[in-house]
Ligand binder design. Structure first.
Ligand SMILES: Nc1ncnc2c1ncn2[C@@H]1O[C@H](COP(=O)(O)OP(=O)(O)O)[C@@H](O)[C@H]1O
Ligand SMILES: [Mg+2]
Length: 181
């Protein structure tokens, strides 16, 4: 995929499908250690060991009758192509954590892409979920938690055009403020 945001979207959609109530996305860039880490943590239905083994291995999944997609194997392959690694932990009934690490300066490492609009679309698309975004570049940190905003809005939906504008600006400015120029 051309952008890491698209990989992220795929992993986040898995968490939404798993009926999570809380989803936390963390992205950490460290120029000294030359790494870019992304993780998605959810409290959805989780997976048992057998399912976990199948989702990370495209060759195993392709031989099962159950339809299993390629979101996870593609992200794993992208990380491993950039001296990185992929990690998944899951417990049935508890939730799942997907973590991935890339060598930040690797020639094949895709750009982050439009993180603000990617995150905005999932927040608006699933307003019943409590969303947290942590984005850190070296010592600069941006934290977005949608709960205080929802509390403030009371009965106004997140899909209200003025609210969308506010959310987009908050995310764009926050993300820009920590990024290196
Ligand atoms: N966060 C998650 N919680 C529970 N199950 C998950 C999660 N992520 C992935 N899965 C399971 O792994 C399968 C494969 O995921 P993925 O590789 O993204 O392909 P797809 O989403 O197209 O099925 C999903 O269909 C789902 O059954
Ligand atoms: Mg998927």
């Amino acid at each position: 995929m051309k952008e890491l945001s698209l990989h992220l979207l795929d992993i986040i959609e898995n968490s939404i499908s798993a009926r999570a109530d809380n989803i936390t996305v963390e992205i950490i860039e460290d120029t000294d250690r030359d790494c870019l880490k992304m993780s998605v943590l959810d409290d959805g239905k989780g997976m048992d060991a057998e399912m976990l083994a199948r989702v990370t291995d495209p060759f195993v999944t392709s031989r099962t009758t159950r339809k299993v997609g390629l979101g996870i194997p593609l992200l794993k392959a992208a990380a491993e192509a950039c001296n990185g690694r992929f990690d998944i932990h899951s417990e049935p009934g508890k939730g799942t954590r997907v973590s991935v690490e890339f060598q930040r300066s690797h020639i094949d490492r895709a750009p982050l892409g439009d993180l603000a609009n990617t995150f905005l679309s999932v927040v608006i698309g699933s307003p019943q979920i409590h969303w947290v975004l942590n984005y850190q570049v070296n010592s600069n940190r941006f934290e977005f938690d949608d709960q205080p905003i929802k509390d403030e809005l009371k009965d106004i939906p997140l899909s209200d055009p003025e609210v969308i504008k506010y959310l987009r600006n908050t995310l764009k400015e926050g993300i820009n403020s920590v990024q290196l120029n």
